[in-house]
Design a protein around this ligand. Structure first.
Ligand SMILES: [Fe+2]
Length: 280
């Protein structure tokens, strides 16, 4: 399946026009205090498979998970009955406050233990599998004792959660951190990849290294050509994993998003066809 991140400005249009798209993904936090939008979402969920992508569950926090928030989400999740529920390998709460950012964690045995406990708690509270997404990375920790691919693979093995592999995040983190994105994908366990994301990024000057360029995960632009190529590699390695095109800022008309999803479907078909032909 190739689909789109469905944002509130497009919700009424998609409910009214039912355009051809294989599935959609929503951020549940946008619906918790919006009964009208929830009604429309339930209408959409009767016509399309829906994925629920949480942005407020902070599995990387050293402090406890906010289970009240997870229980609020569960009521929506149970009503929508999504095909997948996912969140991020990040932390976004501190001292009970919600920060408007997905912040990185060190890849250490201690952080792995905390993240493992939290993913188990979330899966128990939701009564479902909870996929974890690789972050967009701009800084590393000198205390890290393992790589991100290793950390995610171990988290999946310990909790039974699968991995949401954001291919654009792999590309931009590889650029920002100086590693090969293809090698990163090759270190992830193919059987544990449950979903792929594609999103746009924006190059910005890197204040820390004059003359260098940082790729910032803005979700405000079309998918870049190198990411389409990396996506084809991911499909050859992981198989026909369902994919969402994410676009959150400077939101274009729905038709533009549908074109990007349609291209994702075409890249998938071509990558898998050439892969199968090579295997014959
Ligand atoms: Fe993503």
């Amino acid at each position: 399946m190739a689909g789109i991140g469905l944002r509130l400005p497009h919700l009424m249009e998609i409910a009214a026009t039912c355009p051809p798209v294989e599935w959609v993904e929503i951020h549940p936090e946008n619906f918790l205090a919006n009964p009208h939008a929830t009604e429309l979402l339930l209408e959409v969920s009767r016509r399309y498979p829906v994925s629920v992508h949480t942005v407020g569950i902070s599995i990387g926090s050293a402090e406890e998970i906010d289970l009240e928030h997870v229980n609020r989400l569960r009521r929506l999740v149970d009503a929508v009955d999504p095909v997948l529920v996912s969140g991020h390998l990040a932390w976004s709460t501190h001292g009970g406050a919600y920060l408007n950012d997905l912040l990185p964690l060190p890849y250490t045995a201690e952080a792995l233990r905390v993240a493992t406990d939290h993913v188990r708690q979330v899966q128990d509270a939701l009564g479902r599998e909870y996929l974890i997404e690789n972050p967009s990375t701009y800084v590393g920790f000198s205390t890290s004792t393992m790589g991100e691919a290793e950390f995610l693979s171990e988290l999946a093995a310990r909790t039974g959660c699968r991995i949401l592999c954001d291919v654009s995040n792999v590309h931009l983190s590889g650029h920002n951190m100086g590693y090969d994105p293809y090698e990163f994908l090759d270190r992830l366990p193919p059987g544990a990849i449950g979903e792929l994301h594609l999103g746009g990024f924006t190059p910005e000057d890197d204040d820390a290294s004059p003359g260098a360029e940082l790729l910032v995960d803005t979700h405000a632009t079309p998918i870049a050509e190198p990411v389409w190529q990396l996506y084809a590699h991911a499909l050859r390695r992981f198989g026909a994993v369902p994919t969402i095109v994410e676009w959150d800022n400077d939101l274009p008309p729905l038709a533009t998003l549908l074109q990007e999803a349609s291209r994702a479907g075409a890249v998938r078909d071509q990558a898998l066809e050439s892969h199968h032909a090579a295997a014959r």
